[in-house]
Design a protein around this ligand. Sequence first.
Ligand code: NI
Length: 388
Amino acid sequence: MSTPLAFAQEIEPEIVEIRRDFHRHPEVAFEEVRTSGKVAAYCEQLGLKVLRGAAKTGVIAELNADRPGPILGLRADMDALPIHEENEIEYRSTLNGKGHMCGHDAHTAMLMGAAKLLGKYKDRIHGRVRFFFQPAEEIPQGGAKKLIEEGHLDGVAEMFGLHVNPLLPTGVLGLKDGATMASMDRFELLVEGVGGHGAMPHQTHDPIVTAAEIVLALQTIVARRMDPLEPGVVTVGKIEAGEAFNVIPPRCKLVGTCRSLSKDVWQKIPEWIETIATGIARAHGLDAKLEYTRGTPVLNNTAPAVEEMGAAFRKLGGRDTRIRATMGGEDFAYYLEQVPGCFGFLGAGDGTPATGYCWHHPKYNIDERALAWGSALFVQLVLDRAGK
Ligand code: NI
């Protein structure tokens, strides 16, 4: 029998066409109505058990081989981003301001391809394969958390997911044990003072000057509070204050994000922000209030699952490589808080400038030959599982 990669390459034109169709019609978080409709219809046609409307706009499909064994979870996220695509390609986004600039179109197409191919191997599968076509990866409190709350992870023994990465060449898989992607929190600091005439600052408590000092001082969290061997990020991404050039406003709002790879740092950061912000504000006669919202946790790959994914990829003739962690966040982390598994980075670069952009860039694109690799890898993981 042919290898999963050979089979995947046979249906490559179909997988590519599916990906391009999603690419032309991007849908952002919790709006994946067209996408999930196509996914559900495709899976139904394959004879899978299909549940529509999971976590609002997601699809859960299941392949039951009618032989006892564990349930293996395979996940693809489906949402696009509110980014205007700048690629000049035939299958460019048809919508202004929306684009698949993170490759989730590829993830969905690859998993659909895997579902089709697994039908050919049904007599070799033990247990069940549960396909998670997840909505809303790109927003906090998004699809993964909701799917888990709805019980779709119940009974799953191990969970696997892939993210296409054009900065790795096609045929290479990037893997890492343990903390692989960062926790991603959001904070808002409201600095409240007393406004007044821009020419009479002594009659005011200027929140802008105070906020500026806070922005700089927050950088000492990473530089001076954290263990220098621990990675961390504190970024202020938005400052809101004032209406006129000659008026000192009464308040200033700072909005930002914190990233970390360890529970220790993750736990301590809010307190550090609060201490610094309120201390500086008080010194200048103002108040600072912190609103801290926890986002996705640290994504922790489990070592045996990483080994399984690497071994499966090598069986296909690919090469796996150890990568460094990224401070980007990913809601696959929620699954891995509950069950063992691995989130891998599938090489999708062909070395040309067209695939030289990282995630969320308006010119982000992938080498579509990676799609067959992704589908085949999912299939190989299922077959290897069956052999245990
Ligand atoms: Ni992504």
